[in-house]
Design a protein around this ligand. Sequence first.
Ligand SMILES: Nc1ncnc2c1ncn2[C@@H]1O[C@H](COP(=O)(O)OP(=O)(O)O)[C@@H](O)[C@H]1O
Ligand SMILES: [Mg+2]
Length: 367
Amino acid sequence: MPLARLDISRLRNLSQVRLDPSPQVNIIVGENGSGKTSILEAIHLLSLGRSFRSHKHKTYIQHEQQECVVFAQVEDGHQRLPVGIKRTRDGAVEVRIQGRPAQSAVELAERLPVQLINPDAFRLLEGSPKVRRQFVDWGVFHFDEHFINAWRGWQKALKQRNSLLRRGKIAANLLAAFDQELIRLGEQVNQARKAYCAALTPHFEAVLKQLAPGLSVQLQFFQGWDAQKSLPEAIEHSYQRDIDLGYTNTGPQRADLRVKTPTGDALDTLSRGQQKLVVSALKIAQGQLLIERGRQLVFLVDDLPAELDANHRRKLCQLLESLASQIFITSVGPDSMDFDWSDQTDVRHFSMNEGELSQTSKGLQES
Ligand SMILES: Nc1ncnc2c1ncn2[C@@H]1O[C@H](COP(=O)(O)OP(=O)(O)O)[C@@H](O)[C@H]1O
Ligand SMILES: [Mg+2]
């Protein structure tokens, strides 16, 4: 669902910015510190209720202001749906869809999935399994409508079990009662993740082949426990260990998506640029999978040229163009965005200057 109109108020150095984006490609160019990333941050905030730069809302609310607001019109078939988020300094969050308060940011995330590729992308490879688990779960969430309830129930069962273990006083029969639910929902979570990773893998391989034909990288889904054992077996097997440690140490909460090269982990052998290509391929593959299922999403590509040579920049632009999604790309200089977009693609150029945005080229639908 593309954004048709975007209004950002009091977020970082963006006092008041209005943007009429192209439903396809938007390129924002400007000097360091001009506010380019803040535009993407605002879109991310609108979609997910949080920033990708900071978990503390106080850091992105403009200095000396009480609140920041992001408002957009979202294209939904033939109608435009107004959606908005307000974050105030005291921590309150207000999400509105079509004028009525939304249940939670999840409602917004369902309507407006965003996919981010930024200079921090390598963290997906370098970070703990948690980061990759979140990547997988984001995909499953949009891929399988039953996932969110199973996931929530499983998290709840896991927290309760861990809290019992932590207190150290557990009667075996009580733990067994928790284990039933933990196992039932844990298996659902695992099956959904497994099916998702199986669907993602061929997309990833095809995208990476286009983006970096010489790179050999494999995905391996690790379910979080010994593949030879069922979940009940694994939990039973580590029962004493759980009691000793005071938490549940086996199960889907330890899952990972391992990214391997023939000689080891992708992290140890690939350059930063290559890591960026691998992560871009993962995210584009994830996007393709959604698009294939009739969903639309918004791609945010912050500082596209960073770490990439001219050849790979062009390949990345080519792939992004082929997604037929709404894309926001930022870059410090226009020179590094010298890709020849198709005449059929609605490309709009914007220039950012000290928090002020101006459109420097008309898009297809405007001319
Ligand atoms: N809470 C804030 N209030 C006002 N200005 C801020 C706040 N946080 C950051 N800034 C400023 O806003 C600008 C943000 O720039 P950024 O979006 O990162 O720029 P770019 O991506 O173009 O390099 C910077 O100049 C920064 O100093
Ligand atoms: Mg930036």
